[in-house]
Design a protein around this ligand. Structure first.
Ligand code: OAD
Length: 239
């Protein structure tokens, strides 16, 4: 890693677990409590935005408003400062990579920091939204929708292009805290692999990438693994 010229990280919900944000799948995951097709599909939102706001988005807002970067986010920010990490492609919508200090972050599934009025297109910061009345409405009376990608929505072309570019030009791809179950994000490590990058997976468990795509698998909590890796890198760089 120390001699790498261009590390790219693909991150998923697992990197934010240590910040108190639950993952989607597995033990304690959101999709254990909620059926994603009933609450996270765009058709479900359009049909009944009040229900989706009341059950899912309101809870997400409280959790994300209060979340702060953990040692894993800070570790990636440090890797950028050391000149090793160029880009983060994240499936997360929590904004914690930017808060930690990373400057080139592709938010593949959009972000939760902003809401857009479905009538007049006005944008409002999520932190300023009053959830006293559900669903929250813009001054024009329209309902706010988070700027996140729901199931059934297309990934914007510019995110796809930027991710493909980053993946196909990196020499190491760190894949951190994703179950690699959701396409097209789950194919990004394959693009890196085909471009001869080494793929290093950091996760608590094996994923569909582990068998044939990952060159190295480091099992453990993202915060702890990244802290150890960065200490080692700093030692090698005599910092
Ligand atoms: P998942 O919830 O599917 O997977 C989280 C992964 O993180 C699992 O593989 C866990 O083993 C791992 N994990 C949990 N805690 C960890 C820790 N402390 N350190 C390291 N790894 C840990 O989350 P994603 O793969 O991000 O999409 O999910 C992908 C997409 O599915 C999300 O962006 C969202 C969701 O439905 C949309 O809503 C469109």
């Amino acid at each position: 890693m120390v001699s790498s010229k261009n590390i790219v990280a693909l991150t998923g919900a697992g990197i934010s677990v240590e910040s108190g944000i639950p993952p989607f799948r597995g033990k304690g995951g959101l999709w254990e409590k909620f059926d994603p097709m009933e609450y996270a599909h765009i058709d479900a939102f359009m049909k009944n935005p009040a229900k989706v706001w009341d059950v899912l988005i309101k809870e997400m807002k409280v959790i994300i408003d209060n979340a702060r970067p953990n040692t894993a986010h800070k570790g990636l920010a440090k890797l950028e400062k050391l000149g090793l990490l160029k880009t983060i492609i994240t499936q997360n919508v929590d904004g914690l990579h930017q808060m930690a200090g990373n400057t080139d972050v592709v938010e593949f599934h959009g972000n939760f920091a902003w809401q857009r009025c479905m009538e007049c297109n006005n944008k409002c910061e999520t932190i300023k939204i009053d959830i006293g009345k559900i669903p929250p409405r813009c001054e024009c009376g329209g309902i706010y929708k988070p700027e996140c990608i729901f199931f059934g929505e297309m990934i914007p072309q510019q995110y796809l292009r930027r991710s493909e570019m980053a993946a196909s030009t990196c020499d190491i791809m760190l894949v951190i805290g994703t179950s690699a179950n959701v396409q097209p994000a789950a194919s990004i490590p394959l693009i890196a692999k085909q471009a001869r990058a080494k793929v290093i997976e950091i996760n608590l468990e094996r994923t569909p990438l582990s068998k044939e795509i990952s060159d190295y698998i480091i099992m453990g909590k993202a915060g702890e693994v990244l802290t150890t890796l960065i200490n080692e890198i700093e030692h090698l760089l005599n910092l």
